[in-house]
Design a protein around this ligand. Structure first.
Ligand SMILES: N[C@@H](CCC(=O)N[C@@H](CS)C(=O)NCC(=O)O)C(=O)O
Length: 220
């Protein structure tokens, strides 16, 4: 059974949980928490030298990280990844937008507001990120005003990539009520069969970091 490393607060990890659940692929999860510095722990770095979650370890020892790569890997051969090259490029276009513009605004602002200690310490960075959040949500709102799904006729991995941090935007003052087309898209996503709500765990088994890695040694 494959092992997913990551915690439930992470939208990047949630994307992978969503595709694994959509595909009914069983997995265990090892909790790796950013607020405890666990992604930079030498034992986790032995698994993923990039020091980031999500990461997936397959039974044969192969490791894969980066949420977009993992979405692609687990969606290949399904309708979540389209066949036509132009359509594929459209899916990638929105996934690159998510990684370069959307996640660096919404996920970072959420991190600073919710997890990084006193938000007053980060007020300059927060002030910089707020208009960026409004911009990326405006881009999505415009797209979704005329399209049910971000990149295709039906849901694709571009929708999965954009879902968690858009949904979690309500935690940092970007409620879907202010973005009606986004609100309808979120509702559409949430009625898909096998949809996984944010913060829910689809793993068949969850291990704490120390239970998996033990003290001072890299786990197998
Ligand atoms: N581009 C990566 C970003 C992953 C990422 O930034 N993960 C965060 C948690 S959401 C992390 O592991 N941060 C640990 C750190 O930077 O120390 C992806 O999409 O998977």
């Amino acid at each position: 059974m494959l092992t997913l490393f990551g915690n439930l607060d992470s939208g990047n990890v949630h994307k992978v949980q969503m595709v694994l659940r959509a595909r009914a692929i069983p997995f265990r999860r090892v909790d790796v928490r950013q607020d405890r510095g666990e992604p930079r722990d030498a034992r986790f770095l032995a698994v993923n030298p990039m020091g980031k979650v999500p990461a997936v370890l397959f039974d044969d020892g192969d490791m894969m990280s980066e949420s977009g790569a993992l979405l692609f890997h687990f969606a290949a051969g399904t309708s979540l990844w389209l066949h036509d090259t132009r359509r594929q490029a459209e899916v990638l276009r929105w996934m690159f937008f998510e990684q370069y513009s959307h996640e660096p605004a919404l996920a970072v602002l959420r991190y600073l507001r919710r997890f990084a200690g006193d938000p007053v310490q980060h007020s300059a960075r927060i002030a910089e990120l707020e208009p960026k959040c409004r911009h990326v949500l405006g881009v999505m709102e415009q797209r979704l005003a005329d399209n049910d799904w971000i990149a295709g006729e039906g849901p694709t991995i571009a929708d999965l990539a954009l879902y968690p941090y858009t949904r979690l935007g309500s935690e940092i003052g970007f409620a879907a009520t202010d973005w009606p087309a986004i609100g309808q898209w979120l509702a559409r996503m949430e009625t898909l069969p096998r949809h996984l709500p944010v913060y829910q765990d689809a793993a068949v088994e969850t291990l704490a970091f120390e239970d998996y890695f033990g003290a001072g040694r890299a786990a197998q």
